[in-house]
Design a protein around this ligand. Sequence first.
Ligand code: 5AD
Length: 352
Amino acid sequence: MNRVTELIDELFEKKNLSKEDFIFLINHRSEEAAQYLFEKAGIRRRENFGNGIYIRGIVEFSSYCRCDCFYCGLRRSNQHCERYRLSREDILQCCRSGYEYGFRTFVLQSGEDLTYSDDDICDIVRQIKQEMPDCAVTLSIGEKSFESYQKYYDAGADRYLLRHETASPELYKRLHPSGQTLENRIRCLYDLKKIGYQVGAGMMIQAPYQTAEDLAEDFVFLKQLEPDMIGVGPFIPHRDTPFRDFSAGSLELTLFVLGILRCMFPKVLLPSTTALGTIDPAGREKGVLAGGNVIMPNLSPQRVRGKYLLYNNKLTSSDDARGSVENLRNRMETIGCEVVISRGDAPGKGPH
Ligand code: 5AD
C-alpha cells in the first residue's frame, strides 16, 4: 500500500493528520487515490445520512456589498454590477413558494448591505419562523458584531454561513483589501459558535495564489473550529474583478477536497455547490458521490437572478423553482440518492 492510501485510511479512521501529511496527500493524489477516497467518503455519508440529500433554498436578497474582495463580482468597486434589494414581502414570498416545493431550510444571503438594520433582519427572521415554524433559517450576511449575531439568534435564526475563505494569513491578504482581516473573520466564526448557531465555514478551491500548503492549513483550521457545515467550491473568475485573468479551480481537486472533508468530518453538512455545478454539467452529482450531502438551489425571484453574480456563467436555472426541484430529485435518483423534505439539521442539533 502506498503512502497516499495509508493517509486516506488514517483519515477514514478519524486520525488527525499533520499539515505535512495533508500537503503530501494533495501533491501525490491520483485518479486511483481519488476513487479510493470517494469509496471511503461514501461509506461515511451513508452511515450518517443514508441515501438522503438535504436541500436548502437560497434567497439572495441584496447584491449591495460594502466589501471589496478581489475575487467577487459583488465587490463594492464593481461598477458594472446591477444592484438590487428585495423587500421583506419579496423575501417572504420566496420562502412561501419554497415551502410548497418542499424546502424546510431557507438561506438568506446577501452582500454586506448595511441598509438592512439588525431590527430589519430580526423582523424577517421572526416572520419566517412564525409563518413556517417547522423550517430552519440560515443567515449568510457577513461579518457582524457579537451583539448583532446574538440578536438574530434570539429572533430565531438557526444557522450561519460565513466561509473563512482561507486560513492562511498571507493568502487572505492577497485575496482581500487591507481593511478586511482574517482575524475578524475568525472572531466572527467563534462568536457564532459560542452563541449556539450551527456554523458553516469554507473556502474556494484554487483561488489565485492558493497552494497545497494553504489548503493543508484550511484542513488544520477546520479541525480546530469543528464547524457543522463546510462550503467548498472552485474559484471561478469574474470579468469585472482584478482576478479576471486567473483560471477557474478544477473539478478534480474540488472533489478530492470534498472526499477528504467527508472522511475528516463524517457528520458534517457538506454542500455540493452551485460553483461545482457551474464548472461541470454533472458537477453536483459528482460532488455528492465524493461525499457531499446538501444541495442549495436558488429561490430568488427570476428577475434578479442574473444580478447576483459572484462569478461568471453562474448556474441560473431558467425553470421556475418548482421545476428545478423536480429536476434535482430526478438527478439525485440517478445516483441512488433521495431528496428529503426536512430541516436537515447537523446530526445531534436541532431547533433552539
Ligand atoms: N468564485 C467562486 N466562489 C466565489 N465566492 C465569491 N466569489 C467567488 C468566485 N469568484 C464565494 C466566496 C463567498 C461565497 C458566498 O461565494 O467563498 O464566501
